[in-house]
Design a protein around this ligand. Structure first.
Ligand SMILES: [Fe+2]
Length: 260
């Protein structure tokens, strides 16, 4: 389904009528055209976005592009999903064709790939990070529940403390990168950061762990809506976290820890 948004279509004229009440009646009609430029923005549907054939496909966006509006408007979300995320996915698929990584789960690629392989590192990271990002967003504000809520209270003292620490790290992040909530190798929740499209599954992670929540701090994630007001974007993102989904990731991550 295509949704057309026509911002402005102004084709107007002002007619100014000047009259003189003398015998020689003078009527002057002046046509003053207003700007006639028609700006038409077409927003597509996330369901129409498909990666080129290959090992990995885009995660299905569980809402329409205007699902997070006004916090993140449709143009921001569409650009992010159908341009940036799609590009990482297609490039990853190209990079791994006929390599040892072709049929490997993305988590294993991230753990095993040499960091010196920059193209693979950027695109595998970009694919994984954005898949998580789009999976943990939701139109309606939530708070943590169940297992995760208990662990947050136990390990951070309160949900407020987690929020302040997470937002604080995101504010401090300089340049393009990500802030994560991860389950570390001991099963503990930790907040950590990575640069560019790196993530805590890679060999260079300061705090290695399984990400269960991540905020994209690249300007492409917010600049159309917030320009330099990164803090406003962080607040907007935080108000749309799908904590139910994050809890699912948390429970899965804990199972992996117990297997070690
Ligand atoms: Fe991004």
């Amino acid at each position: 389904m295509k949704k057309n948004i026509t911002r402005f279509s102004i084709l107007a004229s002002f007619f100014l009528l000047f009259s003189c009440n003398d015998n020689n009646k003078l009527t002057e009609v002046v046509e003053v055209p207003l700007p006639t430029k028609e700006e038409k923005i077409t927003i597509g549907s996330p369901n129409d976005v498909k990666a080129d054939p290959g090992s990995f496909e885009l995660t299905k966006l569980p809402f329409t592009y205007d699902g997070l509006s006004p916090a993140l408007r449709s143009l921001t979300l569409e650009t992010h999903y159908s341009k940036h995320y799609l590009s990482y996915t297609n490039n990853l698929n190209k990079e791994i064709v006929s390599t040892e990584f072709e049929n490997m789960p993305i988590e294993d690629i991230l753990k095993k790939m040499p960091l010196s392989n920059l193209k693979l590192r950027q695109n595998a990271g970009g694919y994984y990070n954005h898949t998580l990002y789009f999976n943990i967003l939701t139109p309606k504000e939530q708070t943590p529940k169940d297992t995760l809520a208990g662990s947050i209270n136990k390990e951070f003292g309160s949900f407020n403390n987690l929020t302040n620490q997470f937002k604080g790290q995101a504010e401090k992040q300089f340049g393009s990168g990500w802030v994560w909530l991860v389950v570390d190798r001991y099963g503990k929740l930790q907040i950590t950061t990575t640069e560019d499209q790196d993530n805590p599954l890679m060999k260079n992670a300061l705090i290695p762990g399984t990400p269960i929540l991540g905020i994209d701090l690249w300007e492409h994630a917010y600049y159309l809506d917030y320009q330099n007001r990164k803090g406003s974007y962080i607040d907007a993102f935080y108000g749309h976290i799908n904590w139910e989904k994050v809890n699912e990731y948390y429970v899965e991550a804990l199972k992996k820890v117990k297997k070690v």
